[in-house]
Design a protein around this ligand. Structure first.
Ligand code: FAD
Ligand code: FO1
Length: 490
């Protein structure tokens, strides 16, 4: 009987899983494996919310596999050793994985591939994490894009593969399971010395499907108009699911395409502004097209990390490498982290993050610009804190977002673009509904003052909410003076 191994990493689902599907076609028996990797689980940037989401998703996957008669084999240790050991123990002839583009995963997979070759086993990597692989979305001369707009133009033109069928998996004989060995799945992040303090998104493929259904039903056709208003909560909340693969980007893309009647998505250009005379069909296309553009941003940052792995530790732009961000006052970082800066929109967003492990995209940009260009703190400090707190924390997207905000990145905001937290708050939370939801001290403050309660010192004192931790105008001037010479050299 032919036996192969499917090694799950960030593809924690059975449906529309390219490598798992290929494995099930190759052999009579597929042994499903996950390796708990302490280098990832106890890394300084691993936080309780994400580890809890991962474990929740693994439990869901294990239950789903049991439903098919199969079983999830769980090992804990060095993945190179564990994967090869399970393959040997069960007599597998090949190892199937879905490719990853992050530096650690690439090194790990290269080592397993080499070990497999030495042991006479095949190692098959599949393109599953993204709709268009990084090396398939390059310029005509084969060099990578570093600017989003031309990347997106090419990305849209590439035909997207449809979802693949759910595989038929056979029950694993007891003897084989015994030989595979393994450890029980830990219940929670506590097993890795982490304490969960937020109410996070539940994991698992069924929850991802529920999120997608609700988003397609209620929000996608108005996405462009509503996505920037945090109080409306009108985005998909699929980020952690896409991070850990409890849903595939092909499934998400196909469902949205279906919702807009399977239109020629290649021709959609979500960056074109809607025109007043556009009919309802064009408008619906533009609304949903903007969502597909976000999937493209996700793949742009995966491609940047793949082609320019140095971004993981230093600025993309040469002019910012070695730049010493001036602020060393730990109290300012603590105030930012804990949502006590005295800038209500920043504090509301940071409290949303602390309490739920998620933050609205518009506010991720606001708080990231605030930390770097108002508090003048190194973007890597914020990047790390985000990774520790985000349930969707993903090296490529997080680093891309931080370097964009700090103006050190590929297609970054120009250094002189500094989101003013007050104008952002007035524009995107006009009634202060979002701020009041997360900053209860300001619950009874009228809309005219909710974003700047310090204008009325008596009122501010009565709320217990802190005054602004810095003078915004003074800091803005300093930021411009500091960043300009670097940006010119970039
Ligand atoms: P939706 O608006 O519904 O978007 C759909 C999907 O598209 C998301 O789930 C995500 O996979 C992708 N996406 C959307 N916007 C972006 C973007 N700007 N860059 C890359 N992918 C995007 N996203 C992460 O998944 N992980 C992170 O660690 C992360 N860190 C960020 C840090 C900063 C400073 C910034 C500015 C953005 C960051 N983002 C990150 C991108 C974005 O904020 C989140 O993907 C989004 O808020 C998740 O909510 P959603 O699933 O409802 O998004
Ligand atoms: N993948 C694994 O195969 N094993 C793990 O234990 C594991 C933990 C983990 C924790 C946080 C996180 O954000 C991701 C995690 N992943 C884990 C997935 C990881 O992104 C992939 O393994 C990548 O291939 C690593 O580059």
């Amino acid at each position: 009987m032919r036996i192969v191994l499917h090694w799950f990493r960030r593809d924690l689902r059975l449906t529309d899983n390219k490598a798992l599907h290929a494995a099930s076609r190759r052999a009579e028996l597929v042994v499903p494996l996950f390796v708990l990797d302490d280098r990832l689980l106890q890394a300084p940037d691993a936080g309780a919310p994400r580890v809890a989401f991962l474990l929740d998703s693994l439990h869901a996957l294990a239950r789903e596999l049991e439903g098919t008669g199969s079983r999830l084999v769980v090992r804990r240790g060095d993945p190179v050793r564990e994967v090869l050991d399970v393959a040997r123990a069960v007599g597998a002839e090949a190892i199937f994985v879905n490719d990853d583009y992050a530096p650690y995963g690439r090194r790990r997979d290269a080592a397993v591939r080499a070990g497999a070759a030495a042991a006479g086993l095949a190692f098959h990597g599949h393109a599953d994490l993204v709709l268009v692989e990084p090396h398939a979305c390059v310029k005509d001369d084969g060099t990578p894009y570093t600017v989003f707009t031309p990347f997106a133009r090419r990305w849209r033109a590439v035909e997207k593969a449809p979802p693949v069928a759910r595989p038929v998996l056979r029950a694993l004989p007891d003897g084989l399971l015994r030989r595979a060995g393994g450890v029980p799945l830990p219940d929670g992040a506590g097993a890795f010395g982490l304490t969960l303090e937020s109410r996070i998104e539940p994991g698992g493929a069924a929850q991802a499907e529920r999120r997608l259904d609700a988003f397609v039903r209620d929000h996608v056709l108005a996405y462009r108009s509503t996505r920037d208003m945090p109080a409306l909560d009108a985005t998909s909340h699929l980020s952690a699911h896409l991070k850990f693969g409890t849903i595939s980007p092909r499934t998400v893309y196909a469902r949205v395409a279906e919702a807009i009647g399977g239109r020629a998505l290649a021709q959609l250009d979500p960056q074109k502004p809607a025109r007043p005379l556009d009919g309802p069909t064009t408008r619906r296309l533009a609304e949903a097209g903007t969502f597909l553009n976000e999937l493209c941003w996700r793949e742009f940052y995966q491609a940047i990390l793949f082609h320019f792995p140095h971004v993981a530790t230093s600025a993309f732009q040469e002019g910012f490498r070695g730049f010493a961000w001036p602020e060393q006052d730990e109290r300012l970082v603590t105030a930012w982290r804990d949502g006590r800066t005295g800038f209500p929109i920043v504090d509301a967003a940071m409290r949303q993050l602390a309490q739920t492990g998620w933050m609205h995209n518009r506010l991720r940009m606001v708080v990231a610009m605030f930390l770097t260009k108002t508090l003048l703190v190194d973007y890597r400090v914020g990047e790390r804190i985000f990774m520790q707190r985000l349930v969707d924390g993903d090296l490529a997207a997080n680093n891309g977002g931080w370097q964009w905000s700090a103006s050190t990145g590929t297609d970054a905001a120009p250094y002189f673009r500094i989101f003013n937290p007050l104008s952002q708050a007035k524009k995107f939370d006009p009634e202060g509904e979002f701020v009041r939801r997360w900053v209860p001290e300001l619950r009874d403050v009228p809309a005219s003052l909710v974003h700047e309660p310090s204008r009325e010192p008596m009122l501010l004192a009565s709320t217990g909410y802190p005054p602004p931790c810095v003078d915004y105008a003074e800091r803005r001037a300093r930021a411009l003076a500091l960043l300009a010479p670097r940006a010119r050299r970039a």
